[in-house]
Structure formats: C-alpha cells, structure tokens
Design a protein around this ligand. Structure first.
Ligand SMILES: CC(C)(COP(=O)(O)OP(=O)(O)OC[C@H]1O[C@@H](n2cnc3c(N)ncnc32)[C@H](O)[C@@H]1OP(=O)(O)O)[C@@H](O)C(=O)NCCC(=O)NCCS
Length: 407
C-alpha cells in the first residue's frame, strides 16, 4: 500500500530550509527569504516533524513551547503550527501520521493541552481538537463613537521597536488573567513585531501607541493604516492588530484613538474577543460590524492533568466518561472535584454521570462553549439526570477566552 511507504521523524536545525519550502508549496506561497529567516527565529528543531516518502519530503508539522492562560491558571501548552503537506502527496494519510506522532510527543513532554489556528476548521477535529475560543472580526464605520469621550492625553506613540519594553510589561500584566492568551518568551516579541512588508497587505508599517496611567504604562495598541482617497476626500482604514489594557481608562483611551485617526474613515480588527468590552462602550454596537469566527482549536492531551490544572466557577463533583481512540490513556471515567480555588481529577470509582467526546471536552475547557450547548449538539450526554446543569455552570468562567495572536 502506497501510504505504508511514508516514514516520519523528528527534525534538526539543518532541516529548516527544506521544511519551509514544503510549507510554502502547501500554502501556495512564493519563496521569501525574509519570511523564512523570520520564522527560523522561533523554530524548535526537536519539536518539528518531517514525513518522507523515500528521500522526498512530503510534509511537516511543528510546535512551539509556550504557556497558555486557562480559567484560574497558566499551563504548559504545545502551540502547534507549520503544518503542511506537499500538494503532490496530499490525501495519502501524511497529516494523520504526523498528528499521531505529534500527539504522542506532546503527551511525553507532559503538556496537558495543545492548541492551534486552523486554516480550515474541518482539518483537525478528527484528531480530537475542539473549537475552544471563538473570535469576532470588526468592520467599524467611522460614525461609531464611544458613548463618553475619554479625557485627552496619556498616549505615547512610537515604533513597536521603540516601545517594546512597555509592550512586554503591559502584556505580562494582562495575560495572566486573560484566558486564551499565550506567554511570549523574548524571541517571540522579535518575531511578532517583525513587520515583514509581505504581511502588511498594502497597509503601513506597524505602529504602536502606549497609554501611561498613574502607575506607568497600563495599555497599548498595535495598528496600521491602509491609506486611500476618493473624490470626496480621505478614506483610509485603521487596521488594529492588538489591544492590551490593564485598566478601563487605558482601554477607552486606546479605542478612542483607534476610532478617530485623521484621514481614515473606518477601523477594522480581525481578532477581537467575543465579549470585547468595546461592544458596550460605543453608541451604535450594530455598526461595529461584528462577525463571528473560529480562533483557538484546543486538544486535551492529558485529561486528568488538564482538568486538574484549571479552576471552576462553582463547586463541582462529577464523573465524566471520555472516549479517546487516539490517546487511549485518556479513555475511561474521570472523577473531577473542583471549585474556584482548586481541582483534582482522578480515575473514578463510581459510574459516569456525563459522557463527553474528547473534542467536546476541548471545546468547553477554556469556558467558551457550555457543556449544555455541547449536549444540545449531541456531543455530551447526560447519563444521570440533573448532573449536566451544575457541571455546565462550574465549567464556565466570568469572561470567555479570547485569542490574541496567530502563531
Ligand atoms: C491540510 C493538509 C495538511 C492535509 O494533509 P493530508 O496529508 O492531505 O491529510 P491526510 O491525507 O492525512 O487526511 C486525513 C483525513 O483528513 C481529510 N482532510 C485533510 N485535509 C482536508 C481538508 N483541507 N479539507 C477536508 N478534509 C481534509 C482527508 O480527506 C482524510 O480524510 P479520511 O481519513 O476520511 O480519508 C494538506 O492538505 C495541506 O497542506 N493543506 C494546505 C496547508 C494547510 O492548510 N495546512 C494546515 C495549516 S493549519
């Protein structure tokens, strides 16, 4: 059988150029030396996977070692990326082989969850990933205004390179409470602020603005402008990349700035939270033009470790049966006891009360979808009447997760 001719191995530093070439083919991209060198900065050779048929490189996958904020805590999380199969080797099981190899590797490293952005949502569900953080995209018309104009002042503009120390400090302060945000080891700031011309898509260089509060920097925004003119005047667009704010004052001042930049007529943002406070600050939420999309896809790699690592909004004592053919150690009945201060999940010694697909567990893990919603979709079953509602409440969290960056 042709598929049996594939072999899979872990990578080395020397593999990067070949690996990147396959990715560019898979993504229908042209070769780009600057992009390759930029991606090389964050490459972790021993976390990459290469699939071969004979000497021909057929596909690659990789992962980054970062932390993820979950309800009430921070956990090590494999950040899966650089997944691609050469177009001539598609649909012969290469991705399935790489995912099998990678999930075993992640489990061996002791990371309880893996997460990724999917180019197409249908690709990863078969490997146990669930949609764990949805996002909004905004197309905001210029007529939209904040209900109350914040006082002027407090903002300091600059290039991201000039402001990077403040950006890092604010991000670290904010991310520990923002479920869905990832740690950014030093090299990641270089990578994320790299600002390659190819990634500007016709817009300006990346700009930064920092908000200085009474105790120093407490918020920032990263944005570009796509300039344009019509016969009736300027009609540029502010393209917002990221807003991080530790205080309401910073958040309001930054958004006021982003909604009113001179010579622009609209403001867009591709990755906003589904509960973005902006929706409740503006005079006309409808004209924010919000569109729902998928953000983070998560895989629970180690069920007891993952369920123990997060906190619960209300006391919970429930036995959940999980079926995980790809990682059989996850299968079986798990007894979860938890509350807002801590949790413990061990093998159960009483019958299951809920049954949950492992990808459905992923979808509720960060507190976005409710267990009750997954039950309505038929992907969670209430085996003992009366156990679903309290468990659904406990798995919630005061704010839903948000995605902050594509990695
Ligand atoms: C997506 C991609 C990695 C799939 O690789 P592949 O080796 O063709 O996948 P496999 O042969 O292992 O497919 C496994 C299964 O997933 C299905 N599948 C794979 N990619 C799919 C897609 N894009 N849409 C729908 N189904 C897909 C296959 O049909 C197969 O189904 P089956 O088990 O029922 O037969 C490859 O098509 C690719 O590189 N695409 C472009 C780059 C990309 O999108 N990468 C993902 C980045 S997040």
């Amino acid at each position: 059988m042709a598929a049996d001719q594939f072999t899979v191995r872990s990578g080395t530093a020397d593999d990067f150029d070949d690996l990147f070439l396959v990715l560019q083919r898979a993504f229908n991209d042209d070769p780009d030396d600057a992009e390759r060198d930029d991606e090389r900065q964050v490459y972790e050779p021993d976390r990459s996977i290469l699939a071969y048929r004979g000497d021909a490189l057929a596909g690659t996958a990789a992962a980054y070692t970062r932390e993820l904020t979950v309800p009430g805590g921070v956990v090590p999380a494999a950040h899966v990326s650089m997944v691609g199969v050469d177009p001539t080797f598609r649909r012969q099981g290469v991705l399935t082989r790489m995912m099998t190899h990678q999930l075993a590797d992640i489990r061996g490293r002791g990371e309880p969850v893996a997460l990724l952005w999917a180019s197409e949502g249908r690709i990863y569900q078969r490997y146990g990933y669930g949609l764990a953080a949805r996002k909004l995209a905004f197309e905001i018309e210029r007529e939209v205004r904040l209900r109350e104009t914040p006082p002027p002042g407090g903002l300091r503009g600059g290039t991201p390179a000039e402001l990077v120390a403040d950006l890092r400090a604010v991000y670290e302060r904010v991310r520990v409470d923002r479920v869905g945000w990832s740690s950014r080891p030093g090299i990641w700031w270089d990578h994320l602020l790299g600002d390659l011309p190819k990634r500007r898509r016709g817009a300006s260089m990346l700009r930064g603005v920092v908000h200085d509060g009474p105790d120093g920097p407490d918020g920032y925004a990263l944005w570009r402008v796509r300039g344009d003119w019509s016969s009736t005047g300027p009609r540029g667009e502010v393209v917002v990349r990221e807003v991080a704010a530790a205080t309401t004052g910073a958040y309001r001042a930054l958004w006021h700035h982003l909604l009113t930049v001179d010579l622009t007529r609209s403001t867009s943002m591709w990755i906003a939270a589904i509960d973005e406070p902006l929706l409740f600050l503006v005079d006309e939420p409808r004209r924010v033009g919000a569109r729902l999309g998928d953000g983070l896809w998560l895989r629970v790699v180690d069920v007891p470790a993952a369920l123990t690592a997060r906190r619960y909004a209300a006391p919970v004592d429930v036995v959940v049966a999980v079926d995980d053919p790809q990682l059989p150690d996850n299968s079986g009945a798990w007894h979860l006891v938890g509350d807002p201060t801590g949790a413990k999940c061990v093998r159960a010694d009483r019958p299951a009360e809920l049954r949950c697909e492992v990808s459905a567990l992923a979808a509720v893990y960060l507190g976005d979808a409710s267990l009750a919603t997954l039950a309505a979709a038929g992907r969670v079953r209430e085996l003992v009447p009366g156990t679903l509602a309290p468990a659904a409440t406990a798995f919630g969290w005061p704010r839903p997760p948000s995605a902050v960056e594509i990695f």
